[in-house]
Design a protein around this ligand. Structure first.
Ligand code: ADP
Ligand code: ZN
Length: 704
């Protein structure tokens, strides 16, 4: 039969594998050695078909099979092929997420080799006699046992094997199924139990829509227990690498650490290989990790959980540009495993699927022990007279002070691009935009401290205008503040407060994050200042104030998901406060009238989702229609992009599809250009993106 083999070499252009011949039955996912040009290289079998008569060309034979047991099982192989097709990328690119980098021989299960005495012939040499004496007393021993006990070398042992005195036996890999480990089942509340039952009994993917603090984690734990009872294993994905340690602590109470594996891309390569083997050999029953943990070599997969399913970190922004939610749905289908998506603010994607019945929905509408949701107040920054304390409004400063007096803690959210400053008109609430790119200018200061405007896309600079170009008001204000500035203000106003900072600059490992959270839990800090991505999702009982300093920085980017993002952020914010005692939330914003701000403040999640879904349907944006983005970099990016556009137009006309296509320079990547197509139903091999030097991004998340 013919095998399609993706080789370990770096050769480009053969990303979908080379054809080889084999007489033996070989399963997909099997590691093999094949000739390639003048050498022998490793490869993985990714396709099998019968030889066709017409195939005249000279097909080489595989050299040998490295291991009978495939490195990836059938469901995993099917998912890999689905990824290549759906995300329009090569099999090689897909394989790179499923396996650690080559050499793949280091992934092979270790065979246990033992030695047994078979004949008591006379042997020469002290060392050899010592080995015979040693083996006489026991049935068999490993090479290392023999060597340490007798002091003989491996060569001495080998020559005894040659002489027929000692026999080498390769023990078969233990085929007996490992039994699930013991666990401490969680004790659920009535509501949690009802949700868990419903989830377990429905075969569709389930959306667990539970407000912050309702105990979704307990439901996950319960489902993991049910999965173990069936002799199956589970994968739990979390959105942020820094939070993996945090999750492990919870699940260590459920299951002994030796049965848990933690996978994320920041672990050193050697450790990842070791964890991969532990999982492949069946020692692991629960895998916890960031999006790539979905590709752990778990056999008998029974459950995949995606916590905070709405997070954009589940989208991979490199080849293969997969989304963990979509891919998990596919893997779960092929593996006949349960998929559970948990969140307090479902993505519009999942919400629409739940509405259409493709997903089952379970709800948790109350916080654990009926703890009320916190009071939320909105501070309109446009009306606050700031002195040097911007962006701290008087109500926020008062609230922090109150916490300090009471010995309670505060969490302050910063925006990701906290230091990027825009020029805002306080009358019409619009930003001053660059006439070249139509995107907001950023405020900078020159050496002499004089402010000026800069368009990061085109490089155009401009002096600070006196009047708003939209409404002519002179009430212009530079918004945005960096972490350092905020820290220094806190230091000035509350000199005795103990402030911790959590952002990706100060925290580089999950372990550091764990220590920081420990400090908070033990009351060794008063204020936690962090970027959204880090501070979201924390469960700290003594936090009774959560505030976002500037809810709208970062929103200046034109993006159809902007409203959804802000809503998610603000809802997460309300989730951090008052988890164990009554709490307060403050939203500081320049857009108090925005729908997402008002709805988040009133905890109207469902209303927001319904409205947003209607809007997407009306405007024909995802998930109401499909969306593909083509990214072009390098020379003539624009020209190639425009040529690609014509090609897509042609294709859609032939198929009678109505599409909407836009193209523009990319905001975050100077020199790059992209084309966005909505409503196009692709056939992955007809697009020919490589011809235009374009990268295909299916279901894009970042698109500016
Ligand atoms: P969510 O993920 O829904 O925001 P968590 O799972 O973090 O909520 O739960 C919130 C808090 O309530 C946690 O401190 C958790 O330990 C506690 N909690 C929730 N359910 C239970 C339960 N059944 N038994 C004990 N503690 C619980
Ligand atoms: Zn204005």
């Amino acid at each position: 039969m013919r095998l399609k083999v993706v080789t370990a070499g770096k050769s480009r252009g053969i990303g979908d594998g080379l054809t080889y011949e084999s007489d033996d039955q070989v399963a997909m996912g099997t590691p093999v050695k094949v000739p390639l040009r003048r050498s022998i290289v490793e490869g993985i079998v990714l396709g099998i078909h019968e030889a066709k008569e017409a195939e005249e060309f000279d097909v080489k034979r595989i050299q040998n099979i490295l291991c009978e047991k495939p490195l990836l099982n059938e469901a995993q192989m099917k998912t890999l092929h689905w990824m290549a097709d759906y995300y329009c990328c090569s099999l090689r690119a897909c394989l790179s997420v499923w396996l650690p980098p080559p050499p793949w021989s280091k992934l092979l299960p270790r065979k246990k080799i033992v030695y047994q005495l078979v004949a008591e012939k006379a042997v020469h040499g002290k060392k050899q006699r010592a080995i015979v004496e040693f083996l006489k007393d026991r049935e068999r021993a490993s090479s290392s046992e023999v060597q340490t006990e007798t002091g003989a070398s491996g060569t001495a042992l080998k020559s005894l094997v040659k002489a027929g005195v000692v026999r080498e036996i390769t023990l078969p890999e233990s085929e007996e199924r490992q039994r699930p480990p013991s666990f401490n089942a969680p004790i659920l509340t009535h509501d949690q139990m009802t949700a868990a039952e419903a989830i377990w009994n429905d075969r569709r993917p389930s959306l667990l829509f539970g407000i912050t603090g309702s105990g979704k984690t307990e439901v996950y734990a319960d489902l993991i227990v049910r999965t173990l009872r069936r002799g199956k294993r589970a994968i739990l994905l979390v959105p942020e690498i820094l939070l993996t340690e945090n999750s492990i602590e919870r699940f260590e109470k459920l299951l002994d650490r030796s049965h848990i594996a933690v996978l994320h891309s920041r672990r050193p390569a050697g450790e990842r290989v070791r964890e991969w083997r532990r999982i492949h050999e069946g020692h692991v029953w629960l895998v916890i990790g960031s999006r790539s943990a979905l590709f752990a070599p778990v056999t008998d997969l029974g459950l995949v959980i995606i916590d905070e399913e709405h997070e954009c970190t589940y989208k991979n922004e490199q080849m293969p540009r997969y989304h963990a939610r979509e891919t998990a749905e596919t893997l779960a289908r092929f593996a006949e495993a349960k998929l559970l998506l948990g969140t307090a603010t479902p993505s519009i994607e999942s919400w629409s699927r739940a509405k259409e019945g493709r997903y089952h929905t379970a709800r948790l509408e109350k916080r654990y022990l009926d703890q009320p949701l916190p009071d939320v107040s909105i501070v309109d920054l446009g009306t606050v007279k700031f002195g040097s304390l911007y962006p701290f409004s008087p109500p926020l400063l008062e609230a922090i002070e109150e916490r300090l007096k009471r010995g309670e803690q505060s969490v302050l959210f910063l925006n990701r691009r906290g230091s990027a400053t825009a020029l805002l008109c306080l009358d019409c609430r619009r930003r001053v935009v660059s006439p070249v790119s139509q995107l907001p200018f950023t405020v900078h200061t020159d050496r002499s401290g004089k402010p000026f405007l800069m368009d990061h896309l085109s490089g155009v600079q401009a002096p600070l205008p006196e009047h708003c170009p939209h409404c002519s008001s002179s009430n212009l204000f530079a918004v945005g503040a960096g972490t350092q500035k905020i820290e220094s203000i806190l230091g000035k106003v509350f000199p005795s407060a103990r402030v911790l900072r959590a952002d990706s600059d100060t925290l580089t490992s999950p372990e550091q994050m764990r220590l920081l959270l420990k400090k908070m839990r033990e009351g060794q800090a008063d204020i936690l200042l962090g970027t959204q991505s880090v501070v979201k999702g924390l469960d700290l009982p003594n936090v009774t104030l959560a505030a976002v300093l500037l809810a709208d920085v970062g929103l200046s980017l034109p993006h159809f998901r902007a409203g959804e993002r802000v809503f998610q952020l603000l809802t997460q914010l309300t989730g951090r406060s008052g988890r164990a005692k009554p709490g307060q939330v403050i939203i500081q914003t320049f857009r108090p009238e925005a729908e997402e701000v008002k709805r988040a403040a009133r905890h109207e999640v469902e209303e927001f989702l319904d409205q947003e879904w209607k809007l997407r349907l009306h405007m024909q944006y995802p998930p109401a229609v499909s969306m593909i983005r083509f990214i072009l970099r390098g020379n003539n990016a624009r020209l190639r992009g425009e040529a690609l556009k014509l090609h897509i137009e042609e294709l859609s006309r032939k198929k009678g599809q109505e599409i909407v296509m836009t193209s523009s320079p990319m905001l975050m990547a100077p020199g790059a250009y992209h084309v966005l197509v909505r409503g196009f139903h692709k056939d992955s091999n007809e697009i020919q993106a490589e011809k235009y030097g374009a990268i295909v991004d299916v279901d894009p998340i970042e698109c500016f």
